[in-house]
Design a protein around this ligand. Structure first.
Ligand code: AMP
Ligand code: ZN
Length: 473
């Protein structure tokens, strides 16, 4: 295990990370989707951060044990399921399936646990009972509220000042005003005809959104977690309220060791969000012909604590970056067509050793993705140079370079290791035709991509007075 440092939102500092029980694995809980519609690529940035964290921890030698919840009951789900005359299960099933399909499309690894809120009601009741016994709960109109004034540490994550707060002001919705400190609902009595509810010993009703996460952490881990993640918009009040519930109910336990918050995806400087209407789903972009690998790379290649502005230029940059790396890899695969990857990491080539070490050092420094990319591009540049003098690179080293790319790909997962077969003449002709058309349409990204693809196969295009010709290098 390599020592890793994270910026903990709780302390505001970069700290050395140590899991409570490395043998059990690093326990991580991430706030997941509310399944009432397709996720947009802003949501996907938060979910891919979880994938990046998972792959980084594994690469650095840690075992992982990770959870993302499915919020399958909340105000919006109740509203939309009633409107579509479906039960909560019927309504949420296709959106839950769509969420998993999207994760698969962008190559996010499957986590160990995906609990659903509707399957965690007993744990919610347990927490409420504990909170009641400690005097932290009051009832109003048959709903139960958490009294934040009675909880000493309220505000420790968000550093929000509760001193000017009026007593007894309440939130009983799942949506709320930012910066506004109020008591929040734990258990909501049914308000709307046909609303889903559970008949329990604390009354008939359904959980408030914040309670769901505290309960699912308990359901999966029977205690706290090493790391809790979510988008920055969840820091207050959602995560603050999770702390209040879990630490209020179980003061003897550590709820969360390290809080990691990922920044937003923006469009023209504004947060991408459903309510603003400035969003794209993954499906929108794939339908426009954008390769999911490009979207994956775009969303993970900016540091998780930096805002990222989405634009078509950024997509193109991302496609170009992948192409640069892939072209170098293709050159290696071309000369070692029968080589089967072994998943090696104990390199013997001195340069590979250095690159691997730099890569790991960058990752272990609060997942510094920019530095890992700098290492990749440095190695691409140098390997390309070596390959230009092909006789000087021994086969054994070329194989190690392939393994090095394989190693990088354990994190980024955007490269293809299929060794390219030779193109036949008619395929070359049709690619050149397509390139001409792309140039005519000013689609230079496509025309450059075709030129690079041909070059990687040793085909050079020449402009002669009789028109375009191609030849093998
Ligand atoms: P939701 O389904 O709305 O509960 O959101 C799921 C996750 O997406 C949460 O972790 C949010 O913080 C995150 N999220 C929402 N909008 C954005 C955005 N524009 N950029 C990055 N993450 C976001
Ligand atoms: Zn949550």
């Amino acid at each position: 295990m390599i020592e890793v440092y994270f910026h903990n939102s709780l302390t505001g500092k970069k700290e050395k990370f140590s899991p409570v029980d490395p043998n059990r694995g690093v326990t991580v809980y991430s706030c997941g989707p509310t399944v009432y519609n397709y996720a947009h690529i802003g949501n996907l940035r938060a979910f891919l951060f979880v994938d990046f964290l998972r792959r980084s921890l594994k690469l650095l030698g840690y075992k992982v044990n990770m959870t993302m919840n499915i919020t399958d009951i909340d105000d919006k789900i109740i509203r939309d399921s009633i409107a579509s005359k479906k039960s909560i299960q019927e309504f949420t099933k296709p959106w839950t399936d769509a969420f998993f399909e999207d994760l698969k499309t962008v190559h996010a690894e499957i986590l160990e646990h995906y609990p659903k809120a509707t399957e965690s009601i007993p744990e919610m009741i347990e927490i409420i009972q504990k909170l009641k016994s400690k005097g932290l709960v009051y009832e109003k109109d048959e709903s139960l509220y958490f009294s934040i004034q009675k909880f000493e540490n309220y505000g420790k994550l968000s550093k929000i000042d509760t001193s000017g707060m009026k007593t007894g002001t309440r939130y009983d919705t799942d949506e709320y005003e930012k910066e506004d400190v109020r008591d929040f609902v734990l258990w909501k009595s049914p308000k709307v005809e046909g609303e889903a509810s559970w008949n329990t010993e604390i009354g008939t009703g359904r959980p408030g959104w914040h309670l769901e996460c505290s309960a699912m952490i308990r359901k999966v881990y029977h205690g706290g977690v090493d790391i809790h993640t979510g988008g920055v918009d969840l820091l207050f009040p959602h995560h603050e309220n999770e702390i209040a519930q879990s630490e209020g109910a179980f003061p003897e336990e550590t709820f969360v060791g390290t809080w990691l918050h990922s920044e937003h995806l923006l469009v023209d400087g504004q947060k991408m969000s459903k309510s603003k209407g400035n969003f794209y789903t993954l499906r929108d972009l794939v339908q426009k012909g954008i390769d999911p690998k490009t979207i994956r790379f775009l969303l993970i290649s900016t540091h998780y604590r930096s805002k990222l502005n989405f634009s078509t230029d950024r997509l193109e940059e991302s496609a170009n970056s992948i192409r640069k790396i892939q072209n170098c890899l293709d050159r290696l695969l071309e000369t070692e067509p029968d080589y089967e990857r072994q998943g090696l990491t104990n390199f013997t080539h001195p340069q590979c050793k250095i690159w691997k070490e730099k890569f790991e050092n960058s990752l272990s420094d609060d997942l510094n993705v920019s530095k890992t990319l700098a290492v990749i591009f440095e190695s691409v540049r140098e390997i390309n140079l070596m390959l230009d003098f092909t006789n000087l690179v021994e086969s054994q080293h070329r194989k190690e370079f392939i393994e090095l790319f394989n190693y990088y790909n354990r994190l980024f997962d955007v490269l293809s290791f299929e060794s390219k077969k030779d193109l036949v003449d008619s395929e070359i002709d049709s690619l050149i035709e397509e390139r001409q058309l792309a140039r005519k349409n000013k689609d230079f990204a496509r025309s450059d991509a075709i030129r690079d693809q041909l070059l990687a196969q040793g085909i050079v295009i020449e402009d002669t007075k009789d028109g375009l010709r191609w030849r093998k290098k």
